[in-house]
Design a binder for this molecule. Structure first.
Ligand code: GLA
Length: 386
């Protein structure tokens, strides 16, 4: 074993004691390039898995317990395996682990007592999917040699988040954490649950910039958006009963139907239907190497999230507007659920150094916070590492 795997095994041994055969599983975080708040509307998304990842070391345990230690927080949790089916969420990080373990049991697998140690380089609350990274790595660790189809694995992890953690997220984060590819983004059809890989053209770097804030409002707003999209579908169905989700409505068709939809759900639906189109257009622009068009679609996506979907915030808007005024920036937008977390920018390679310096200085001046800047490299999906 070398590098990060060896380091985490050493820590595992210090925390849980020396045992042979410690295994290490990796679940990557992700950055979503475009297609925001479209996944739970069964539309299109274009995320890529990152080299920022959650590592879970594991080995058989004892005393009937699932024991876990978070290296990032310096905190342990433990549950009797037998109590997992009836467990109630505690409202903290342990819920992701217990929720996944519960779903593994519910899927018919036997869980033996096990010790885990978690160490993640995905910043929590950054909109880079630290939770999906944790869920996927944990599920792989608990399954061990028992194989599960990738899509089933992603769905199991999503159920843990929907049904136990209580966050009504879509499938994007877990899906890309499982199916990520080196050197490519992944275009996911969230209805068909199929994907294509999309290699990005030369001459552009992808940079995530972390606002370092996560506004409380995010959780309830996410729920409200899910509900408002449902209301839009209900209203549209009165005219077009065949519509089952906003995925079934094209941007052009929506114009004709939108008078049927009350104002707020109409705004939300307009974002979703135009965003689905932007994903298709972005993939096409990327395939023909049209960097300016890719940049414009980024900006269109951000404005739609800012004004129609209303999930941006002052810090995100500031980072986007500041980025757009810098040399060599093709486009910028918020990424992830919103209300804080990261922006993602498309930057010409020769402008990257200056971009980092100037955006950091401007953000510090405005908010007295130092934003983290992450160069994003598309990475492989989850698996065991050695
Ligand atoms: C969060 C959710 C995803 C997705 C995004 C918004 O990251 O976990 O399922 O809905 O927000 O695109």
């Amino acid at each position: 074993m070398a590098g990060p795997a060896a380091r985490i095994v050493e820590r595992f041994t210090q925390v849980h004691g020396a045992v042979p055969g410690v295994r290490v599983f990796r679940g990557p975080g992700r950055v979503n390039l475009i297609g925001e708040h479209t996944d739970y509307n069964l539309g299109f998304v274009l995320p890529m898995a990152l080299d920022l990842a959650c590592l879970v070391a594991c080995a058989p345990g004892g005393d009937g317990l699932l024991r876990v230690y978070s290296e990032n927080l310096g905190e342990p949790r433990q549950w009797p395996v037998a109590a997992l089916p009836e467990l109630k969420p505690a409202g903290d990080w342990g819920d992701y682990v217990a929720g996944v373990a519960r779903e593994v049991l519910r899927s018919g697998f036997v869980l033996e007592p096990v010790n885990l140690l978690i160490s993640s380089s995905v910043p929590v609350g950054s909109g880079l999917s630290s939770s999906a990274a944790l869920e996927v790595a944990t599920a792989l660790a608990l399954l061990g040699d028992r194989t599960m189809d990738g899509l089933e694995l992603a769905r199991l992890c999503r159920r843990a988040e929907n049904d136990f953690v209580g966050m009504p997220c879509g499938i994007m984060d877990q899906y890309v954490s499982v199916f990520g590819r080196e050197h490519a983004a992944v275009k996911i059809d969230c209805r068909g649950l199929k994907h294509d890989t999309v290699t990005l053209p030369e001459g552009v770097e992808i940079l995530a910039v972390n606002t370092m804030v996560k506004h409380e409002l995010g959780q309830s707003a996410y729920r409200n958006r899910v509900r408002e999209c449902g209301e839009a579908v209900e209203a549209i169905r009165r005219r077009k009963p065949a519509v089952a989700s906003l995925r079934d409505v094209s941007a052009a068709e929506f114009e004709a139907l939108s008078a049927e939809v009350p104002e707020v759900p109409r705004q939300r639906a307009r974002h979703v239907v135009t965003e689905n189109q932007r994903v298709e257009d972005f993939v096409a622009a990327s395939r023909r190497g049209d960097l300016p068009a890719m940049g414009e679609l980024f900006v269109g996506s951000h404005r739609s999230l800012q004004h129609d979907y209303e999930v941006s915030c002052e810090e995100l808007d500031f980072l986007v507007d500041t980025a757009l005024a810098l040399p060599g920036v093709l486009g910028a937008r918020m990424t992830g659920g919103g209300f804080g977390g990261c922006t993602v920018s498309l930057v010409r390679p020769e402008a990257v150094g200056q971009f980092e310096e100037r955006i950091t200085a401007a953000y510090r001046r405005r908010f007295q916070l130092t934003p983290q800047v992450f160069p994003c490299r598309p990475s492989a999906g989850a698996g065991e590492i050695s």
